[in-house]
Design a protein around this ligand. Structure first.
Ligand code: NI
Length: 188
């Protein structure tokens, strides 16, 4: 297994809607193994394939670090392929989110609390399930990545303006980060 560099904010691939895959996708098992390795190395709870430079509809989640706060998350470790959010319901709530493509940035983001999702696992078995709370929150964040949607797209315009300098420094790599990344605007 190897740790892959994570694309930083500003890379156009992060803004691209990812493509569905099937069993014939080359090297899928290795890619998933590498993504786990990469996510744990960066101490994340979720990682989407576009963040490691693959524009495909795949994301992984291990929410067990949140299990102390939310016992339903004990052992929540899953691979989501070709996911489709069928329904989002409930009163939107704020939660302070981070993203491995935005080191040093955490912001309160509003999302709906309940979701119904259709997806395939790594063996391409079909599932349709419902999630709520933090599990739904993490799924929606990672799902967004496969749609080419970033945390910043959820910010109000004013917040985006206020964070402009910070976002530019992230894309240039002018930040401290302790896991491998690729910065789109870094001078070489
Ligand atoms: Ni993210």
């Amino acid at each position: 297994m190897s740790v892959l560099p994570i694309l930083a904010y500003g890379d156009p691939l992060l803004k691209t809607k990812a493509k569905p895959i099937d069993k014939s996708y080359p090297g899928l098992a290795t890619l998933i193994d590498d993504m786990w390795e990469t996510m744990y190395r960066a101490q994340g709870v979720g990682l989407a394939a576009p963040q490691v430079g693959k524009s495909i509809r795949l994301f992984i989640i291990d929410a067990s670090p949140f299990a102390d706060d939310e016992p339903t998350l004990v052992g929540f470790k899953k691979v989501f392929i070709n996911a489709e959010i069928l329904e989002q319901t409930g009163k939107p709530w704020f939660f302070n989110e981070g993203c491995l493509s935005f080191p040093e940035l955490r912001e309160d983001i509003q999302r709906k609390p309940n979701i119904r999702i259709k997806y395939q696992d790594e063996l391409f078995n079909d599932f349709e399930e419902e999630y709520s709370g933090l599990a739904a929150r993490i799924i929606l964040h990672e799902y967004d990545h496969t749609e080419g949607i970033l945390m910043t797209d959820h910010f109000p315009q004013l917040k985006r303006t206020l964070l402009k300098r910070k976002l530019t420094s992230i894309s240039k790599g002018m930040i401290s980060v302790n896991y491998p990344m690729r910065f789109p605007a870094k001078k070489r």
